[in-house]
Design a protein around this ligand. Structure first.
Ligand code: SF4
Ligand code: FES
Length: 398
Protein backbone atom coordinates (compact mmCIF):
# COMPACT_ATOMS: atom_id res chain seq x y z
CA UNK A 1 0.00 0.00 0.00
CA UNK A 2 1.39 3.41 -0.86
CA UNK A 3 1.21 6.30 1.54
CA UNK A 4 -2.22 7.79 1.78
CA UNK A 5 -3.21 11.31 2.54
CA UNK A 6 -5.58 11.72 5.44
CA UNK A 7 -7.24 14.57 7.16
CA UNK A 8 -5.86 15.36 10.54
CA UNK A 9 -8.37 15.69 13.33
CA UNK A 10 -7.36 18.71 15.33
CA UNK A 11 -7.34 19.46 19.03
CA UNK A 12 -9.97 21.92 20.13
CA UNK A 13 -7.21 23.83 21.93
CA UNK A 14 -4.86 24.11 19.01
CA UNK A 15 -5.75 25.51 15.61
CA UNK A 16 -9.45 24.60 15.96
CA UNK A 17 -10.25 25.27 12.33
CA UNK A 18 -7.10 23.97 10.75
CA UNK A 19 -7.37 21.16 8.26
CA UNK A 20 -3.90 19.79 8.04
CA UNK A 21 -2.92 16.91 5.82
CA UNK A 22 -0.68 14.35 7.41
CA UNK A 23 1.10 11.48 5.74
CA UNK A 24 -0.41 8.18 6.80
CA UNK A 25 2.30 5.66 7.60
CA UNK A 26 2.11 1.92 7.14
CA UNK A 27 2.00 0.25 10.57
CA UNK A 28 4.48 -2.58 10.98
CA UNK A 29 3.15 -4.43 14.01
CA UNK A 30 -0.13 -5.44 15.57
CA UNK A 31 -0.40 -6.33 19.24
CA UNK A 32 -3.13 -8.93 19.61
CA UNK A 33 -4.37 -8.91 23.19
CA UNK A 34 -6.16 -12.22 23.01
CA UNK A 35 -7.54 -12.15 26.54
CA UNK A 36 -7.32 -10.20 29.76
CA UNK A 37 -7.52 -13.42 31.76
CA UNK A 38 -4.27 -13.99 33.64
CA UNK A 39 -3.25 -15.88 36.75
CA UNK A 40 -0.77 -13.15 37.72
CA UNK A 41 -1.64 -9.83 39.35
CA UNK A 42 1.45 -7.69 38.69
CA UNK A 43 0.88 -4.31 40.35
CA UNK A 44 2.34 -2.55 37.26
CA UNK A 45 -0.03 -4.26 34.82
CA UNK A 46 -0.52 -2.13 31.72
CA UNK A 47 -3.92 -3.60 30.92
CA UNK A 48 -6.85 -1.23 31.46
CA UNK A 49 -8.27 -0.80 34.92
CA UNK A 50 -11.54 -2.23 33.56
CA UNK A 51 -10.72 -5.68 32.17
CA UNK A 52 -12.73 -7.51 29.50
CA UNK A 53 -14.42 -10.70 30.65
CA UNK A 54 -14.12 -13.96 28.72
CA UNK A 55 -17.67 -13.67 27.42
CA UNK A 56 -16.69 -10.46 25.56
CA UNK A 57 -13.67 -11.99 23.79
CA UNK A 58 -13.81 -12.11 19.99
CA UNK A 59 -13.83 -15.56 18.42
CA UNK A 60 -11.20 -17.41 16.41
CA UNK A 61 -12.62 -16.50 13.00
CA UNK A 62 -12.72 -12.79 13.86
CA UNK A 63 -9.09 -12.89 14.98
CA UNK A 64 -8.09 -14.70 11.80
CA UNK A 65 -9.89 -12.11 9.68
CA UNK A 66 -8.19 -9.30 11.62
CA UNK A 67 -4.79 -10.88 11.00
CA UNK A 68 -5.50 -11.22 7.27
CA UNK A 69 -6.60 -7.60 7.13
CA UNK A 70 -3.41 -6.61 8.96
CA UNK A 71 -1.34 -8.19 6.24
CA UNK A 72 -3.35 -6.34 3.59
CA UNK A 73 -2.41 -2.96 5.10
CA UNK A 74 1.26 -3.91 5.18
CA UNK A 75 1.74 -5.13 8.76
CA UNK A 76 4.70 -7.49 9.14
CA UNK A 77 4.56 -8.63 12.75
CA UNK A 78 1.89 -10.09 15.04
CA UNK A 79 2.56 -10.10 18.78
CA UNK A 80 0.24 -12.35 20.78
CA UNK A 81 -0.23 -11.00 24.25
CA UNK A 82 -2.77 -10.67 27.04
CA UNK A 83 -3.45 -11.08 29.96
CA UNK A 84 -2.02 -14.50 29.44
CA UNK A 85 -2.46 -15.43 25.75
CA UNK A 86 -1.97 -19.16 26.34
CA UNK A 87 -5.28 -19.11 28.24
CA UNK A 88 -6.87 -19.04 24.75
CA UNK A 89 -7.34 -22.59 23.51
CA UNK A 90 -7.17 -21.44 19.87
CA UNK A 91 -3.71 -19.87 20.18
CA UNK A 92 -2.01 -22.51 18.01
CA UNK A 93 -4.66 -22.00 15.32
CA UNK A 94 -4.08 -18.23 15.37
CA UNK A 95 -0.29 -18.66 15.21
CA UNK A 96 -0.72 -21.09 12.32
CA UNK A 97 -2.93 -18.65 10.45
CA UNK A 98 -0.63 -15.67 11.07
CA UNK A 99 2.40 -17.63 10.01
CA UNK A 100 0.73 -18.98 6.86
CA UNK A 101 -0.03 -15.44 5.66
CA UNK A 102 3.55 -14.33 6.16
CA UNK A 103 3.48 -12.59 9.55
CA UNK A 104 6.41 -12.80 11.94
CA UNK A 105 4.87 -14.17 15.13
CA UNK A 106 5.88 -13.45 18.71
CA UNK A 107 4.32 -14.81 21.90
CA UNK A 108 4.47 -12.63 25.02
CA UNK A 109 3.73 -14.82 28.02
CA UNK A 110 4.20 -15.22 31.75
CA UNK A 111 5.12 -18.84 31.02
CA UNK A 112 3.15 -20.29 33.92
CA UNK A 113 0.49 -22.17 31.93
CA UNK A 114 2.59 -23.75 29.14
CA UNK A 115 3.37 -27.44 28.76
CA UNK A 116 6.09 -28.88 26.52
CA UNK A 117 3.42 -30.47 24.34
CA UNK A 118 1.75 -27.10 23.75
CA UNK A 119 5.05 -25.40 23.00
CA UNK A 120 5.75 -28.03 20.37
CA UNK A 121 2.35 -27.26 18.83
CA UNK A 122 3.23 -23.55 18.75
CA UNK A 123 6.54 -24.38 17.12
CA UNK A 124 4.86 -26.60 14.53
CA UNK A 125 2.31 -23.87 13.87
CA UNK A 126 5.16 -21.57 12.86
CA UNK A 127 5.80 -19.48 15.98
CA UNK A 128 8.97 -17.40 15.51
CA UNK A 129 9.81 -16.13 18.97
CA UNK A 130 8.80 -16.14 22.65
CA UNK A 131 9.14 -13.47 25.36
CA UNK A 132 8.80 -14.56 28.98
CA UNK A 133 8.38 -12.10 31.84
CA UNK A 134 10.44 -12.69 34.97
CA UNK A 135 9.64 -10.45 37.93
CA UNK A 136 12.89 -10.96 39.88
CA UNK A 137 15.67 -13.50 40.38
CA UNK A 138 14.80 -13.88 44.05
CA UNK A 139 11.93 -16.42 43.96
CA UNK A 140 10.18 -14.99 46.98
CA UNK A 141 10.25 -11.41 45.70
CA UNK A 142 9.41 -12.57 42.19
CA UNK A 143 6.25 -14.26 43.45
CA UNK A 144 5.35 -11.32 45.65
CA UNK A 145 5.54 -8.96 42.67
CA UNK A 146 3.59 -11.33 40.39
CA UNK A 147 1.03 -12.11 43.08
CA UNK A 148 1.45 -15.74 42.03
CA UNK A 149 3.61 -18.71 43.02
CA UNK A 150 5.05 -19.52 39.64
CA UNK A 151 8.73 -18.53 39.59
CA UNK A 152 10.11 -22.06 39.23
CA UNK A 153 7.58 -22.84 36.51
CA UNK A 154 8.68 -19.74 34.55
CA UNK A 155 12.30 -20.89 34.62
CA UNK A 156 11.24 -24.37 33.57
CA UNK A 157 9.21 -22.93 30.66
CA UNK A 158 12.25 -20.94 29.48
CA UNK A 159 14.17 -24.22 29.33
CA UNK A 160 11.38 -25.86 27.33
CA UNK A 161 11.26 -22.93 24.90
CA UNK A 162 14.94 -23.43 24.09
CA UNK A 163 14.49 -27.22 24.04
CA UNK A 164 11.88 -27.05 21.28
CA UNK A 165 14.15 -24.70 19.35
CA UNK A 166 12.47 -21.32 19.81
CA UNK A 167 14.43 -18.12 20.43
CA UNK A 168 13.84 -16.55 23.84
CA UNK A 169 13.72 -13.00 25.17
CA UNK A 170 13.51 -12.43 28.92
CA UNK A 171 11.35 -9.43 29.82
CA UNK A 172 12.35 -7.97 33.16
CA UNK A 173 10.41 -5.00 34.46
CA UNK A 174 12.90 -3.42 36.87
CA UNK A 175 12.04 -0.94 39.63
CA UNK A 176 12.77 0.15 43.17
CA UNK A 177 12.08 -3.31 44.58
CA UNK A 178 14.20 -5.47 42.28
CA UNK A 179 16.90 -3.26 40.71
CA UNK A 180 19.37 -4.53 43.33
CA UNK A 181 19.14 -7.88 41.48
CA UNK A 182 19.86 -6.55 37.98
CA UNK A 183 23.27 -8.24 37.83
CA UNK A 184 21.77 -11.60 38.68
CA UNK A 185 18.94 -11.00 36.18
CA UNK A 186 21.56 -10.61 33.45
CA UNK A 187 23.30 -13.80 34.63
CA UNK A 188 19.96 -15.61 34.67
CA UNK A 189 19.18 -14.57 31.09
CA UNK A 190 22.55 -15.99 29.99
CA UNK A 191 21.93 -19.17 31.98
CA UNK A 192 18.52 -19.57 30.31
CA UNK A 193 20.18 -19.19 26.89
CA UNK A 194 18.08 -16.14 26.04
CA UNK A 195 19.23 -14.17 23.03
CA UNK A 196 17.89 -10.90 24.44
CA UNK A 197 17.09 -9.33 27.79
CA UNK A 198 14.66 -6.47 27.86
CA UNK A 199 15.24 -4.32 30.93
CA UNK A 200 11.92 -2.51 30.92
CA UNK A 201 10.72 0.20 33.27
CA UNK A 202 7.35 0.62 34.89
CA UNK A 203 5.17 3.03 32.95
CA UNK A 204 2.93 5.01 35.28
CA UNK A 205 -0.53 4.98 33.83
CA UNK A 206 -3.49 2.64 34.37
CA UNK A 207 -2.99 0.33 37.33
CA UNK A 208 0.73 1.14 37.75
CA UNK A 209 -0.05 4.72 38.76
CA UNK A 210 -1.68 3.37 41.93
CA UNK A 211 1.67 1.83 42.85
CA UNK A 212 3.94 4.67 41.77
CA UNK A 213 5.55 5.20 45.19
CA UNK A 214 6.24 1.48 45.57
CA UNK A 215 8.01 1.31 42.21
CA UNK A 216 9.83 4.59 41.57
CA UNK A 217 13.56 3.85 41.77
CA UNK A 218 16.08 6.21 43.35
CA UNK A 219 18.51 8.12 41.14
CA UNK A 220 21.34 6.19 42.74
CA UNK A 221 19.72 2.86 41.83
CA UNK A 222 19.37 4.01 38.24
CA UNK A 223 22.92 5.26 37.89
CA UNK A 224 24.13 1.96 39.25
CA UNK A 225 21.86 0.04 36.83
CA UNK A 226 23.19 2.00 33.87
CA UNK A 227 26.76 1.10 34.83
CA UNK A 228 25.83 -2.57 35.21
CA UNK A 229 24.17 -2.66 31.77
CA UNK A 230 27.03 -0.86 30.06
CA UNK A 231 29.59 -3.29 31.48
CA UNK A 232 27.43 -6.34 30.64
CA UNK A 233 26.81 -5.18 27.07
CA UNK A 234 30.57 -5.20 26.40
CA UNK A 235 31.22 -8.45 28.27
CA UNK A 236 28.31 -10.33 26.68
CA UNK A 237 28.64 -9.06 23.10
CA UNK A 238 27.49 -11.83 20.77
CA UNK A 239 25.96 -13.78 23.69
CA UNK A 240 23.16 -11.61 25.04
CA UNK A 241 21.67 -8.40 23.65
CA UNK A 242 20.36 -6.06 26.37
CA UNK A 243 17.65 -3.47 25.70
CA UNK A 244 17.68 -0.81 28.38
CA UNK A 245 15.94 2.53 28.56
CA UNK A 246 16.34 4.94 31.45
CA UNK A 247 12.89 5.57 32.98
CA UNK A 248 11.59 8.77 31.52
CA UNK A 249 10.77 10.35 34.90
CA UNK A 250 14.53 10.87 35.24
CA UNK A 251 15.11 11.84 31.61
CA UNK A 252 15.06 15.34 30.16
CA UNK A 253 13.11 14.44 27.06
CA UNK A 254 10.20 12.04 26.69
CA UNK A 255 10.30 8.78 24.81
CA UNK A 256 8.76 8.59 21.36
CA UNK A 257 5.91 6.51 22.70
CA UNK A 258 4.66 3.91 20.19
CA UNK A 259 6.90 5.64 17.65
CA UNK A 260 4.23 8.36 17.50
CA UNK A 261 0.46 7.99 17.87
CA UNK A 262 -1.09 6.14 14.92
CA UNK A 263 2.19 5.82 13.05
CA UNK A 264 3.66 2.34 13.55
CA UNK A 265 1.47 0.18 15.77
CA UNK A 266 -2.02 -0.84 16.44
CA UNK A 267 -3.47 -2.87 19.23
CA UNK A 268 -6.54 -5.08 19.18
CA UNK A 269 -8.21 -5.71 22.55
CA UNK A 270 -9.79 -9.02 23.60
CA UNK A 271 -13.20 -7.55 22.68
CA UNK A 272 -12.00 -6.41 19.23
CA UNK A 273 -11.52 -2.70 19.86
CA UNK A 274 -8.69 -1.27 17.80
CA UNK A 275 -6.41 1.10 19.72
CA UNK A 276 -3.41 3.25 18.79
CA UNK A 277 -1.57 1.95 21.87
CA UNK A 278 -2.16 -0.72 24.49
CA UNK A 279 -3.01 1.87 27.17
CA UNK A 280 -5.18 4.12 24.99
CA UNK A 281 -8.36 3.18 26.85
CA UNK A 282 -6.99 5.20 29.77
CA UNK A 283 -7.90 8.22 27.61
CA UNK A 284 -11.47 7.63 28.66
CA UNK A 285 -13.01 10.24 26.37
CA UNK A 286 -11.89 8.43 23.19
CA UNK A 287 -14.17 6.07 21.29
CA UNK A 288 -12.63 3.10 19.57
CA UNK A 289 -13.87 1.32 16.47
CA UNK A 290 -14.24 -2.44 16.60
CA UNK A 291 -12.83 -5.03 14.21
CA UNK A 292 -16.25 -6.74 14.37
CA UNK A 293 -17.86 -3.72 12.68
CA UNK A 294 -15.24 -2.21 10.38
CA UNK A 295 -12.27 -3.35 8.29
CA UNK A 296 -8.88 -2.75 9.86
CA UNK A 297 -7.73 -0.59 6.94
CA UNK A 298 -10.73 1.72 7.45
CA UNK A 299 -10.01 1.99 11.17
CA UNK A 300 -6.30 2.71 10.63
CA UNK A 301 -7.12 5.45 8.18
CA UNK A 302 -10.34 6.98 9.52
CA UNK A 303 -10.87 6.18 13.17
CA UNK A 304 -11.23 9.34 15.30
CA UNK A 305 -9.15 7.74 18.01
CA UNK A 306 -6.22 7.24 15.62
CA UNK A 307 -6.49 10.68 14.07
CA UNK A 308 -6.86 12.50 17.37
CA UNK A 309 -3.10 12.74 18.08
CA UNK A 310 -1.69 11.77 14.71
CA UNK A 311 1.01 14.01 13.31
CA UNK A 312 1.86 17.34 14.91
CA UNK A 313 -1.00 19.77 14.28
CA UNK A 314 -2.78 18.89 17.58
CA UNK A 315 0.28 19.90 19.60
CA UNK A 316 0.30 22.91 21.89
CA UNK A 317 3.39 24.98 22.64
CA UNK A 318 6.18 24.33 23.45
CA UNK A 319 5.99 21.21 21.24
CA UNK A 320 4.53 23.09 18.26
CA UNK A 321 7.70 25.18 17.84
CA UNK A 322 10.14 22.48 18.96
CA UNK A 323 12.60 20.86 16.58
CA UNK A 324 12.01 17.47 18.26
CA UNK A 325 8.30 17.35 17.52
CA UNK A 326 8.75 14.78 14.76
CA UNK A 327 11.24 12.82 16.86
CA UNK A 328 9.32 12.20 20.09
CA UNK A 329 5.85 13.33 18.89
CA UNK A 330 5.24 15.23 22.13
CA UNK A 331 5.88 12.14 24.29
CA UNK A 332 3.31 9.75 25.67
CA UNK A 333 -0.37 10.76 25.49
CA UNK A 334 -1.44 8.21 28.10
CA UNK A 335 1.18 9.41 30.57
CA UNK A 336 0.45 13.09 29.88
CA UNK A 337 -3.27 12.57 30.49
CA UNK A 338 -2.73 10.38 33.57
CA UNK A 339 -0.43 12.92 35.19
CA UNK A 340 -2.07 16.19 34.17
CA UNK A 341 -5.68 15.44 33.20
CA UNK A 342 -4.97 17.33 29.96
CA UNK A 343 -4.73 15.04 26.95
CA UNK A 344 -2.95 17.68 24.85
CA UNK A 345 -0.33 18.51 27.46
CA UNK A 346 3.32 18.23 26.62
CA UNK A 347 4.46 15.05 28.37
CA UNK A 348 5.60 16.16 31.88
CA UNK A 349 8.77 14.10 31.42
CA UNK A 350 9.97 16.82 29.03
CA UNK A 351 12.02 19.53 30.74
CA UNK A 352 10.16 22.15 28.67
CA UNK A 353 6.72 20.95 29.76
CA UNK A 354 4.71 23.45 31.81
CA UNK A 355 3.61 20.41 33.84
CA UNK A 356 7.10 19.21 34.76
CA UNK A 357 6.32 20.05 38.41
CA UNK A 358 3.90 17.07 38.67
CA UNK A 359 6.97 14.82 38.61
CA UNK A 360 9.08 16.89 40.94
CA UNK A 361 7.12 16.00 44.06
CA UNK A 362 7.18 12.19 43.67
CA UNK A 363 10.83 12.33 42.61
CA UNK A 364 11.85 14.53 45.54
CA UNK A 365 10.34 11.97 47.95
CA UNK A 366 11.91 8.86 46.44
CA UNK A 367 14.09 7.12 48.99
CA UNK A 368 12.79 9.28 51.86
CA UNK A 369 9.43 7.70 52.51
CA UNK A 370 8.54 4.18 53.52
CA UNK A 371 7.85 1.86 50.61
CA UNK A 372 4.11 1.10 50.68
CA UNK A 373 2.58 -2.33 50.15
CA UNK A 374 1.54 -3.16 46.59
CA UNK A 375 -2.03 -2.54 45.57
CA UNK A 376 -3.03 -5.56 43.51
CA UNK A 377 -5.75 -5.57 40.93
CA UNK A 378 -9.00 -7.16 42.08
CA UNK A 379 -12.03 -7.92 40.02
CA UNK A 380 -15.04 -9.91 40.98
CA UNK A 381 -15.06 -13.10 39.01
CA UNK A 382 -18.23 -14.97 39.88
CA UNK A 383 -16.86 -18.34 38.85
CA UNK A 384 -13.12 -18.84 38.25
CA UNK A 385 -12.34 -19.72 34.60
CA UNK A 386 -10.18 -22.83 34.87
CA UNK A 387 -8.61 -21.09 37.84
CA UNK A 388 -7.66 -18.12 35.68
CA UNK A 389 -8.58 -14.60 36.54
CA UNK A 390 -7.31 -11.49 38.28
CA UNK A 391 -9.15 -11.97 41.48
CA UNK A 392 -7.10 -11.78 44.57
CA UNK A 393 -4.68 -9.88 46.71
CA UNK A 394 -3.26 -13.20 47.78
CA UNK A 395 -1.03 -15.53 45.85
CA UNK A 396 -3.19 -18.28 44.41
CA UNK A 397 -2.05 -21.81 45.05
CA UNK A 398 -0.10 -23.17 42.11
FE1 SF4 B 1 9.37 16.76 22.63
FE2 SF4 B 1 7.51 18.67 22.98
FE3 SF4 B 1 9.54 18.44 24.70
FE4 SF4 B 1 10.00 19.29 22.21
S1 SF4 B 1 8.80 20.34 23.78
S2 SF4 B 1 11.24 17.81 23.35
S3 SF4 B 1 8.50 18.05 21.05
S4 SF4 B 1 7.89 16.92 24.31
FE1 FES C 1 -0.29 5.26 25.15
FE2 FES C 1 2.24 6.17 25.43
S1 FES C 1 1.27 4.43 26.37
S2 FES C 1 0.72 6.84 24.04
Amino acid sequence: MSELEIKQNNSSEVKPNASVKEKLQIPYAVLCELTHRCPLSCPYCSNPVELEMKSKEIDTETWKRALSEAVKIGILQAHFSGGEPTARKDLEELIQHASSIGLYTNLITSGVLITEERLKKFYDAGLDHVQVSIQDTDPENSEKIAGYKGHAKKLHTCGLIRKVGLPLTVNAVMHRQNLHNLKSMIDLAVELDAERLEVAQVQYYGWALKNQTAFLPTKEQLDNATEIVEEARVRLKGILAIDYVVPDYYAKRPKSCMGGWGRQFLNITPAGKVLPCHAAESLNFLEFDNIKDKPLSWIWENSDAFNRFRGTSWMPEPCQSCDRKEIDWGGCRCQAFALTGNENATDPTCEFSPYRNVLDEPLSNVGKEEIPEFIYRKINVRKPLNGIGHNSNKSPKS
